[in-house]
Each structure stands twice: as structure tokens, then as C-alpha cells.
Design a protein around this ligand. Structure first.
Ligand SMILES: [Mn+2]
Length: 327
């Protein structure tokens, strides 16, 4: 079978997955997207497409993935994963699944630089860090990942960069990829943006009055006219001992700000591999505002008036604190 395109997730793991598939199958056309556009069937995908690190679409030629939720969804649709070409495996990254698939079995072997790149994809995609220092360590993979987080004026500029990056990741080691001038300049631009985000975050951090030991960092942006572009983990640079970070963002409909807001929360790396009994997904489900897993989850709260929103927001935060079971 001659495949024509690789449809992949637009994150580091998705790009590395695409790079390995591109090498193994000789496919040079890439489509970058996110899980939601697959779920909404916004992209037409057919039997000549290879799909990586995304939910299983209506149909495709080959599917590689590692998200347990996507496997569940497939089974609910009555599709037996064994009948789909490709591989599903609950590995730390989809890149690992693809790497193992092509390096065993039919004798096709992969260039040696993929070993390090896939190790980095594992760590980055599963957020496998045990401390702030480990998370901030600027490994080659981390630097390439940072270059992806730079601000793009539109989807076209982002696609252009991703199309530039996948062949680099396919043909070179991460250290060599970092020598590319476009990668280097995006990385430097990202560093400047990160400084700015970190400063905005520092100004926006608050804690609940009940939270005397400052366990949950709260970033409340609901009063902002536009959703600010921030990476909430940067908050840990200011409060490295915190156990979780929670962001509140206003929601927009047709470009107009509503009184609805979103809540997203995740555990800090201080709790990685610790027995903590916290379950963020369970908190969202109990409040009936959303879903997620133990380490990270999100929800949406709908409100009528602005006054109602302010009241419900306070109530939601104190309910989260109770369910969190803070000290
Ligand atoms: Mn992934």
C-alpha cells in the first residue's frame, strides 16, 4: 500500500511520530491537527492516510496511538482495535509506539538518532518530571519543544514551521536540529515570550484564604477582555513548592466574551510518583463541570449574569478546595 499523507498531532510527540513514519513509509506530506478536529471529522481522512497520536477517525489506512481514552472510544464504536493496521499501545508517547512498530518485525531498521529523540518524546509527552529542576532542564528535546510553543500569527505560519521541522527530526539528531536557523530563531523568540508570560503570571497568582500553606496556585483571568496566552506551569517558577495550579479563563462565543468560564487544573511535578490520593478528574466530575484524569482535568461553568458568574466562581473555587482535601 502506498500511503499519501501522515495526519498527526501538532505537538512534539506527534512530530516525532510523523518523522519516524515518514522515514519508514517514504511519505512526505503532513497534516497537523489536534484531537478535537478529528472528533468533529473536520478533516477528510481516507485509507491512504497514516494517523498518529490522535483519536481514530471515521477510517484511515494505519493508526498509531497511546491514549487509553481513544482506545475506549474505539471499542464503544464497536471497532476491534486488532483489525486496524498500525498499533495501539499504552506507552508514554506515540513516538515510542511507532518506533517499536518499525524497529521490530519486518526487519526494517531505523537510523540510530531516533533512539534519543524517542526517549525525549516519552518524557515530554508524559510530563515525566519529579521536580521543577528536572522540568526546567534544557535537554535538546526540551529546546525543540519550546520552539514549537512560540506564538504564530496564524495556522498557516504554524503549519509552515511544522512542515520544516518534521524532515529535520527525520534526518537528524536533536542537537543537529537545534543548529537549524529557523529552529534557533523560534526558540529565541519563545524565550522572550516566556519572560513576558512569566511576568503576567506572577502578577496574576492568588491563593484561597483557606489555603494557608499555598497548595493550589490560582490564575484567574476571567476579568481579561481576551484570553491571555500563558503556559500555566510557569507559575511553579514563582511558587515551586505548590502542589497544583488552577486557571480560570473567560469563554467567548463568536468572538464575544460571555459570562461563562473554564476551569483547568493540574498537579505539580512535586506529586509525581508520590502517594497523594488527589484526583483532579474526580473533582471535575463531582462538580459536574467536566472531566479528565488524576493529574489534569478541565471543566466549563455556565453563568447568566456577571454577578452570578462572580458568585458561582467563588463557590466553585471553595468546592474545589473542599474536594481537594487541603490541609
Ligand atoms: Mn502523545
Amino acid at each position: 500500500m502506498e500511503y499519501k499523507r501522515i495526519v498527526t498531532h501538532s505537538d512534539f510527540d506527534g512530530l516525532v511520530s510523523a518523522a519516524i513514519c515518514s522515514y519508514a513509509e517514504g511519505v512526505e506530506r503532513f497534516i497537523f491537527t489536534g484531537p478535537n478536529s478529528i472528533a468533529r471529522a473536520e478533516i477528510s481522512i481516507d485509507m491512504r492516510d497514516i494517523v498518529c497520536d490522535l483519536p481514530y477517525p471515521l477510517e484511515c489506512g494505519v493508526w498509531f496511538d497511546h491514549h487509553p481514552g481513544n482506545l475506549e472510544a474505539l471499542k464503544l464504536r464497536g471497532i476491534d482495535p486488532e483489525t486496524i493496521p498500525g498499533r495501539f499501545d499504552e506507552k508514554p508517547s506515540c513516538a515510542r509506539v511507532v518506533y517499536e512498530f518499525y524497529s521490530s518485525g519486518d526487519g526494517r531498521s531505523l537510523p540510530s538518532h531516533f533512539a534519543e529523540t524517542v526517549d525525549e518524546a516519552d518524557r515530554i509527552d508524559s510530563f515525566d518530571y519529579r521536580s521543577i529542576e528536572e522540568w526546567r532542564r534544557e535537554t535538546p528535546g526540551k529546546l525543540v519543544d519550546m520552539s514549537l510553543k512560540v506564538y504564530f500569527p496564524g495556522p498557516r505560519e504554524q503549519t509552515k514551521y511544522l512542515n520544516h521541522l518534521v524532515p529535520l527530526l527525520r534526518d537528524h539528531s536533536l542537537a543537529e536540529v537545534l543548529e537549524d536557523t529557523t529552529v534557533a530563531s523560534n526558540l529565541e523568540r519563545y524565550r522572550v515570550e516566556e519572560e513576558r508570560m512569566s511576568a503576567l503570571i506572577e502578577r496574576s497568582i492568588s491563593f484561597l484564604s483557606q489555603d494557608t500553606s499555598r497548595e493550589i496556585i490560582i490564575l484567574d483571568f476571567v476579568h481579561h477582555k481576551r484570553r491571555p496566552r500563558v503556559l500555566k506551569n510557569l507559575a511553579y517558577l514563582h511558587y515551586p513548592q505548590a502542589l497544583a495550579a488552577l486557571t480560570l479563563n473567560p469563554l467567548f462565543r463568536g468572538g464575544v466574551k460571555t459570562n461563562d468560564f473554564s476551569v483547568s487544573m493540574s498537579l505539580s511535578m512535586n506529586l509525581t510518583d508520590k502517594k497523594h490520593g488527589k484526583d483532579i478528574g474526580e473533582i471535575m466530575r463531582t462538580l459536574d463541570i467536566g472531566d479528565g484524569h488524576i493529574g489534569a482535568a478541565a471543566g466549563i461553568v455556565r453563568c447568566g449574569t456577571k454577578e452570578e458568574m462572580l458568585r458561582i466562581k467563588e463557590k466553585t473555587l471553595s468546592s474545589i478546595w473542599k474536594l481537594w482535601g487541603g490541609s
